[in-house]
Design a protein around this ligand. Structure first.
Ligand SMILES: Nc1ncnc2c1ncn2[C@@H]1O[C@H](COP(=O)(O)OP(=O)(O)OP(=O)(O)O)[C@@H](O)[C@H]1O
Ligand SMILES: [Mg+2]
Length: 255
């Protein structure tokens, strides 16, 4: 492991990512302290998902550093699998295995990746399914669950890996409106328990209430980064104001 001096749970330094000639991230700098919740907001195509995918190395950054709990994930000599295990990710589309029950979905990576024994993996899986309120659905297959239940199983799966940091990429945007609240409640509880979280979301009420900081991205750069109240309540930059007017206007159709 390559350790560098860092106080933060995650620190991103001058991160760049290009796809061919398209430069999507143009030098991103920010950090998330242990126990903090940071929400990332911004228009479609601004690079939010790419940023999260670079943090757990689903994408290889073109330049810059990602440091998780003092371990530089972008260092050429890092044990990438070990480093990636420290970061949990929850996707918009849940990504559960359809042929496995909720319980099996939460057990499989614990057994394969962390080499936990079957009994221990099952115990931890049940604990986490209970924690997110779907303990009674352990034997159900994803197709037998609502979107909100599937997303909570996906959160349990990530938690079961004992991550140092959880990344959420628009975890509620594929859900029917009446199911959004259950997932946000679980995320709120995790935040209260001190989980370090980096959350891409369009849920401004959640960002305002739960996030310590809000980061507004546009065009592959961070335009504004500050306390949630300030960035959402009284943004400094014109681009942030325009974006917020659009997302907070109930008649908006496209962000
Ligand atoms: N694998 C890829 N290959 C080529 N271009 C990509 C790839 N992934 C993302 N892009 C491009 O990078 C840009 C940023 O995409 P990204 O998905 O990060 O945006 P986003 O902010 O998450 O948008 P949304 O709010 O719609 O999810 C887009 O122009 C997208 O087309
Ligand atoms: Mg996205």
């Amino acid at each position: 492991m390559i350790r560098v001096l860092a106080q933060s749970a995650v620190e991103i330094r001058n991160l760049h990512k290009s796809f061919g000639h398209l430069e999507v991230l143009k030098g991103i700098d920010f950090s998330v302290d242990t126990g903090q919740v940071v929400c990332v907001i911004g228009p479609s195509g601004s690079g939010k998902s790419t940023l999260l995918r670079c943090v757990n190395l689903l994408e290889q950054p073109t330049a810059g550093q990602v440091i998780v709990e003092g371990v530089e994930l972008t260092h050429p000599d890092v044990d990438i699998d070990a480093a990636r295990r420290r970061v949990g990710m929850v996707f918009q589309q849940f990504n559960l295995f359809p042929h496995m029950t909720a319980l099996q979905n939460v057990m499989i990576a614990q057994q394969r990746v962390l080499k936990r024994g079957r009994a221990e993996a099952e115990r931890i899986a049940r604990e986490n399914l209970d924690k997110v309120g779907v303990g009674n659905k352990a034997g159900s297959y994803p197709a037998q669950l609502s979107g909100g239940q599937q997303q909570r199983v996906a959160i349990a799966r990530a938690l079961a890996m004992s991550p140092a940091l959880m990344l959420f990429d628009e975890p509620t945007s594929a859900l029917d409106p009446e199911l959004v609240g259950d997932v946000l409640t679980v995320m709120r509880k995790l935040a209260e328990e001190g989980m370090t979280m980096l959350v891409v979301t369009h849920e401004m009420a959640f960002a305002r209430d739960v996030a310590d900081r809000v980061v507004f991205m546009d065009g592959g750069v961070i335009v504004e980064d500050g306390p949630a109240e300030q960035v959402i309540g009284s943004p400094k930059h014109e681009r942030t104001k325009t974006f917020l007017r659009r997302v907070l206007d109930p008649t908006h159709h496209e962000i």
